[in-house]
Design a protein around this ligand. Structure first.
Ligand SMILES: Nc1ncnc2c1ncn2[C@@H]1O[C@H](COP(=O)(O)OP(=O)(O)OP(=O)(O)O)[C@@H](O)[C@H]1O
Length: 319
C-alpha cells in the first residue's frame, strides 16, 4: 500500500498509577485501510482505542509516544480538534443511548456539537445517513425512543451517528458482541460496505477471528499492553509466528470463538513481567526472555516481537 498515513501511533505508553497498560505500542493505518486489534481480555485493546479517541480515564498518563491523525499530533491540546474526523461505534448499543430521549434528539445534539451546519441541515443529513445504514422508516426513526428499535437497529443508529461527522476513520470496539449471530453478520456487512463506498478506514477491536478475517486487511496482536505481532491478516492467520499468536489460533481452529485456552492468565497491569511480558506463559521461553524486551523484528510480511519465532511449539501447549 502507498500514500500518506491516516493514523500513526508511535511508541505509545499509557500508565494508570503504577500500572503500565500500554508500552511502546505502534500501528499505522492508511486512508481506506482496515485494521483489527486482537488479544485476550485485559491486553489493552480498549485502552488503545480510548487513547486515540482522547477518552482515557482522568488519572491516565501518557509518558511516551505520539498519535498522529492526518499528520497532526492529537495528543497535544491544539490538535485535539482533529479528532472530529474520527467516528466511534461503541460496543453495546443498549448502553449507549439514553432511554428517556428520542433518537433524533440525542443524535442531533451530537451533531450540534461536532458537525457544521444548522439543525435543519443536520436533520436532513441524519435522515440520509439512516437511509445509508438501512434503518427502516428513516424519517420516523428520528421521533422514536431507543426501546422502539431492535438491538441491530440501535447499532445502525449509532453507526449513523458515528458517520455524522464525516469521519475518515471509524473506530469500533467490538460493535457486534451484544448482538445475535445473524444481526452481527448484517452489521459487519454494513460496516464493510460503508467503508468501501465512503473510502473510510476502520480500526476494529475484536475477540473473534472470523470477524477479523472478513473485515480487516491488517491485524495488530496485543499482549499485556505490547504489540507482539502485526501484518496482513491473511498472512498472520495462515502462519502466525509469535508463540502467543500461534497459541491463540491453536485454541480456535474454527477461528470463530472467544479467545480462551492458553494456560495461565494475562498479567495484572501493575505486575507486568520483566523482559518479554509473555515469557511466563511461553512454552519456548529462553533465559534471556525474562530479562530482555524483544524488539519488533521486521520479517518479509509482518513484524514479530520474538527472536525465537521459528522454533516449533511443543504439543499440548494449549488446553
Ligand atoms: N480505569 C482503569 N483503572 C485501572 N485499570 C484499568 C482501567 N481501565 C483498564 N484498566 C486495566 O488495563 C488493562 C487493559 O484493559 P483494557 O480494557 O484496555 O483491555 P482489553 O484488551 O480492552 O480488555 P477487554 O477485551 O476485556 O475489553 C487491564 O489490566 C485493566 O484491568
Amino acid at each position: 500500500m502507498t500514500g500518506p498515513d491516516l493514523l500513526r501511533v508511535d511508541g505509545l505508553a499509557v500508565q494508570l498509577g503504577r500500572a503500565s497498560i500500554l508500552d511502546d505500542v505502534g500501528l499505522v493505518i492508511r486512508p481506506g485501510a482496515t485494521m483489527g486489534v486482537v488479544g485476550e481480555s485485559g491486553c489493552g485493546k480498549s485502552t488503545l482505542l480510548r487513547a486515540i479517541l482522547g477518552i482515557l480515564p482522568r488519572h491516565a498518563r501518557i509518558p511516551r509516544g505520539a498519535i498522529l491523525f492526518e499528520g497532526r499530533d492529537i495528543l497535544s491540546d491544539q490538535a485535539a480538534s482533529a479528532r472530529g474526523r474520527i467516528g466511534f461505534v461503541p460496543q453495546d448499543p443498549y448502553l449507549s443511548l439514553n432511554p428517556v430521549f428520542r433518537a433524533g434528539t440525542q443524535l442531533l445534539e451530537v451533531m450540534r456539537r461536532h458537525a457544521p451546519g444548522n439543525r435543519r441541515q443536520h436533520r436532513a443529513k441524519l435522515i440520509e445517513l439512516f437511509r445509508a445504514v438501512q434503518l427502516p422508516d428513516p424519517e420516523g426513526a428520528l421521533d422514536k425512543y431507543p426501546h422502539e428499535f431492535s438491538g441491530g437497529q440501535r447499532q445502525r443508529l449509532l453507526i449513523a451517528a458515528a458517520l455524522s461527522c464525516d469521519p475518515a476513520l471509524l473506530v469500533a470496539d467490538e460493535p457486534t458482541t451484544a448482538l445475535d449471530v445473524t444481526t452481527q453478520r448484517e452489521i459487519l456487512a454494513l460496516l464493510r460496505r460503508l467503508a468501501s463506498e465512503r473510502g473510510l478506514a476502520l480500526l476494529f477491536v475484536t475477540h473473534d477471528f472470523g470477524v477479523l478475517a472478513t473485515l480487516c486487511e491488517q491485524v495488530t496482536v496485543l499482549y499485556a499492553g505490547r504489540v507482539v505481532e502485526s501484518g496482513l491478516t491473511r498472512a498472520v492467520l495462515d502462519a502466525p509466528e509469535h508463540p502467543y499468536t500461534r497459541m491463540l489460533l491453536a485454541c480456535h481452529p474454527d477461528r470463530a470463538a472467544d479467545l480462551i485456552g492458553i494456560p495461565g492468565t494475562v498479567p495484572a497491569a501493575d505486575a507486568q513481567p520483566s523482559g518479554c511480558r509473555f515469557h511466563p506463559r511461553c512454552p519456548i521461553a529462553h533465559a534471556s526472555c525474562a530479562t530482555e524486551v524483544p524488539p519488533l523484528l521486521l520479517t518479509e510480511d509482518r513484524s514479530v516481537a520474538c527472536p525465537w519465532h521459528h522454533e516449533p511449539l511443543p504439543e499440548m501447549a494449549v488446553v
